[in-house]
Every structure is written in C-alpha cells, then in structure tokens.
Write a protein that binds this ligand. Structure first.
Ligand code: NAP
Length: 256
C-alpha cells in the first residue's frame, strides 16, 4: 500500500516539527511548510529525511498564491493528501495591551492564524473529496492546532486569542460540512509548550508552573502535541469528529 501523505504547516519548527517527526515515524510521507527559505531549513529537513520521505514547501499560509502553490506542489509530488495539520501560527506582535493593538497587527495575526487555515482547509478538502469519490475507503483527516487561548482571555494577546477562538469554530464548521465525505476534522488545543514562540516568556511560565499553573508540573513539549496528532490522524480516537483534544497538562481544569 502507498504510504499516506500528511501536510503540516509550520512543520519545520517547534510544535509543527514535533508533529512532522511523529508522523514520519508513523510512516507518513510529510510535506512540511514554513516561511523560511529552503537553505535556512536545510539542517532540519536533513534530520527529518533520516526518518522518512519529506518535502519542504516555503510559503505564507496567509497568502492566496502561496497556499495554491503549497497544495499544487504537494499534489504534484505525491498525488494525494490524507492528513492536513493546520499548525502554522504567530503570536500577537509585541504582546501589546489590547488598547494599543494596531490594525496591521490584527490583520496579520488573523491572516496567518485564521484565514490561512480556513482557506487551506477548503483547498485541501476539495482534493480529499475527489480522493473519496475515486476510493470510497479513503478517509481524510484535518487537524487544527488552536490554543488554550481560544478559551482563556489574555489582554496582551487579544488578536491571538480571537484568532484561536475562530479556529475552534472553524473546526466545528468544517467537521459539519465534510462529514458526508468521510473527512474528520479535529481541534488540538495545546497549553504552554516549549518552543520559539514561548522562548521570550520562559521565566514567567517557569514561575507559574512551579506555583501550580498546570496539574502536571512541567512545560508541554512538541512531542506531546505530536502524540495527540498521531492518534487523531491514524483514527485511534474514532467517532469524535468536531471535538477538541486539549493537551495542556491540566491547565484549564477548573479548580477551587
Ligand atoms: P513557533 O515555534 O514560533 O513556530 C511557528 C511555525 O509556524 C514555524 O514553523 C513558522 O515557520 C510557521 N509560520 C509562521 N508564520 C507562518 C506563515 N505565515 N506561513 C507559514 N508558516 C508560518 O511556534 P509554535 O509554538 O511551534 O506554535 C505552533 C502552533 O501551535 C501555532 O499555531 C501556535 O499558535 C500554537 N500554540 C503554541 C503554543 C505554545 O505554547 N508554544 C501553545 C498553544 C498553541 P518557520 O519555521 O519558517 O519560521
């Protein structure tokens, strides 16, 4: 049987890299996307190549032409997409108080975190529908990486929180629309995860974790999120389309 193909946006750094690694170990052929040049990511891609068949496609998910190219290159190379992981994302530039958020920053965060994944899902879903029509046993899976910021308010990351709340609704919408085509859509909602995105706030979260922010007293890792994506992608959590899998060490468990 031909190995399934997974497209992972932001798949060469941080959480996305953890997901790419895990899916390669699971036997997927992986298309990893990002905004850095092929030269810049060469060492990472070389590391991934040791695990399996991987291709890097540069492109801003917030840009229509880049999204088209990403899907076209993936189909040209592998002729199928079994799994889409919408992982690429940016935090609020400058983590400014919401009274100071400017329109350009708001638009940028929405384009990368919400509009991009929505329209990439639309483009990939069309191919998945075609694949299902030619092979009724085909089951596509789309996994959106949101954040606990979808439900927790941080006033210095307002546009980020709003974008992730949007991803949460987009998951329910796509799950509803695509179920008739046997395409499952899930939201994976990470908590505080060690990556370049959180590198600037390490001390803050070290302190909070030490004082009980999470039930599991440690940072989350890209491997934790990779394990969740692996289970969903492989159908190991069946009959659960449209649902949220929260990977936050218990951070959002209400406590008294
Ligand atoms: P990261 O270390 O900053 O990595 C972000 C990734 O997204 C990089 O691969 C980057 O590409 C890619 N990217 C950024 N802008 C892009 C664009 N316009 N088009 C395509 N790719 C783009 O962040 P991370 O912590 O791994 O975050 C990954 C996802 O998890 C994000 O959606 C984030 O919101 C979410 N998340 C993170 C945390 C956390 O604590 N870290 C918690 C909850 C949710 P390059 O590799 O080329 O730079």
């Amino acid at each position: 049987m031909t190995a399934p193909v997974a497209l992972v946006t932001g798949g060469a750094r941080g959480i996305g890299l953890g997901i790419s690694r895990r899916l390669l170990e699971d036997g997927y052929r992986v298309v990893a996307n990002g905004v850095r040049s092929a030269e810049e990511v060469e060492p990472v891609i070389a590391e991934l190549e040791a695990l399996g068949d991987v291709m890097y496609v540069r492109g801003d998910v917030g840009d229509a032409q880049a999204r088209d190219q990403l899907v076209t290159d993936t189909m040209a190379a592998f002729h199928r997409i079994d799994v889409l992981v919408n992982n690429a994302g940016i935090t609020s530039p400058g983590r400014n108080d919401m009274l100071a958020v400017n329109e350009a920053d708001f638009d940028t965060v929405m384009a990368v975190n919400l509009k991009g994944p929505f329209l990439l899902t639309q483009a990939v879903a069309r191919h998945m529908i075609d694949q299902h029509e030619t092979d009724s046993s085909f089951r596509g899976r789309i996994i959106n990486i949101s954040s606990i910021s979808a439900v927790l308010a941080s006033t210095n990351r307002a546009e980020y929180c709003i974008s992730k709340a949007g991803v949460s609704m987009a998951t329910k919408l796509w799950a509803s629309r695509l179920a008739e085509h046997d395409i499952d859509v899930y939201e994976v909602r990470p908590g505080v995860v060690k990556s370049d995105m959180t590198a600037g706030v390490t001390e803050k979260y070290d302190r909070l974790i030490e004082h009980g922010l999470t039930l599991d007293k440690r940072w989350g890792t890209p491997e934790d999120v990779g394990a969740a994506v692996s289970a969903l992608a492989a159908g190991r959590i069946p009959y659960a389309t449209g649902q949220v899998l929260t990977i936050d060490g218990g951070l959002t468990v209400p406590r008294l």
